[in-house]
Design a protein around this ligand. Structure first.
Ligand SMILES: *Cc1c(COP(=O)(O)O)cnc(C)c1O
Length: 368
């Protein structure tokens, strides 16, 4: 049997008529940038995430860039974030002249540990960017409380967690701003790059809308310094065709996770820990194991795709070495990067496939 870590084609086949129709409509309209599809996708996603405003942009990374740009960062300002994540937050902070400050993660949830944030706040700290990793919300009340008392901006990186909840509230509506990615492999993905910034603040929303089109407020009238970062009509139309399925897909992911949880019980594998406040949407089903690399190649030999999110803390990456971190500075992140393994996870995964994956994991521990 061959089981990829994730499979986009199975999903496309299910929704092919809707997607193909949406694409044909855009092509027939001749309107490829912005347009009504973008407005409708923004409205639908704002509603889904419980936010007042959604601003479509060119990618999740750009969503983070525009959100940080809206914080009026000055050179040397600091942005607190997780070292155990995709690179975007650290990258855009530096591109905008600010400095990422990494705070270690909670080893259970893999999300930034709020108890460690306070010690890293300085008078240069401007924002905290928690990441809702693998589809599970960060500990938001804790983070928001720290931020309020220090007047810091909170930007949720919700790229992996659309549809997830924190204490019954959807992620994306908890911080001052939140960022989504519609990269194809995300829980709600388009067929190219796309992203959104969410906010409940009217003033921020107006500035973000302007930032994505060069800071324009009218044709050739520039009120702000901005960027070119628009969501195109084709991607918005695809999102609109998919959005009605998101809840079912997220439920299917939870179903897969429940089956993995049950079947992996008793094996020397740490299953995902779900915090009491979280409703997880399992962007990834990520276990922690000893001999991770051996297990990974054992599974690969049996046709099973896995992934490592992420093999090295951002603080130890070559590009970020000038920030001055060394091995041992962020031990929970470093331990996770040595032991995590993401098993196949997508909504269409069948019971047979789940059994095959767990059977292979069991075989590894029984014989290898
Ligand atoms: C995917 C992702 C991003 C970046 O999104 P792009 O659309 O690929 O630019 C940022 N943060 C996290 C946590 C992500 O998973």
């Amino acid at each position: 049997m061959k089981i990829p870590q994730m499979d986009l084609v199975r999903q496309y086949k299910q929704i092919k008529p809707q997607v193909d129709k949406a694409l044909a409509e855009v092509l027939d309209s001749g309107q490829f940038i912005m347009g009504h599809w973008v407005r409708e996708a923004e409205q639908a996603i704002a509603g889904l995430c419980g936010a007042r405003h959604a601003i479509g942009v060119a990618s999740g990374t750009d969503a983070l860039k525009l959100a940080l740009w809206a914080c009026d960062l000055k050179p040397g300002d600091e942005v607190i974030t997780s070292p155990f994540s995709f690179v975007s937050v650290a990258e855009v902070a530096l591109v905008l002249g600010a400095k990422p400050v990494f705070v270690d993660i909670d080893p259970g949830t893999f999300n930034i540990d709020p108890a460690l944030i306070e010690a890293r706040i300085t008078d240069r700290t401007k924002a905290i960017v928690p990441v809702h990793l693998y589809g599970q919300s960060a500990d938001m009340d804790h983070i928001l409380e720290i931020a309020r008392s220090r007047r810091l901006v909170v930007i949720e990186d919700a790229a992996q967690a659309i549809g997830a909840k924190y204490k019954d509230q959807p992620v994306g509506s908890l911080g001052d701003m939140a960022c989504l990615s519609f990269y194809p492999t995300k829980n709600l993905g388009c067929y190219g790059d796309g992203g959104m910034v969410l906010t409940n603040d009217d003033d921020l929303a107006e500035r973000l809308r302007s930032f994505r089109k060069h800071g324009q407020v009218g044709k050739y009238s520039y009120k702000f310094i901005g960027f070119n970062s628009r969501l195109d009509s084709i991607q918005a139309a695809i999102l609109l065709a998919k959005i009605a399925h998101l809840e079912a897909w997220n439920n299917a992911r939870r179903g897969v996770a429940t089956k993995y949880d049950g079947m992996l019980k008793g094996l020397p594998v740490e299953r995902p820990y779900v915090a009491a406040y979280a409703e997880h949407v399992y962007h990834q089903y990520t276990i922690k194991v000893e001999r991770r690399d051996e297990l990974r190649s054992f599974l690969a030999d049996r046709g099973i795709g896995t992934a490592i999110h992420y093999p090295l803390g951002l603080h130890l990456q070559e590009a970020y070495r000038p920030l001055g971190y060394s091995e041992g500075d962020l031990p929970n992140c470093e331990d996770a990067s040595r032991r995590v393994l993401s098993l196949p996870m997508f909504p269409e995964l069948t019971d047979n496939e789940i059994e095959y994956v767990v059977g292979a994991v069991r075989e590894f521990f029984n014989h290898a």
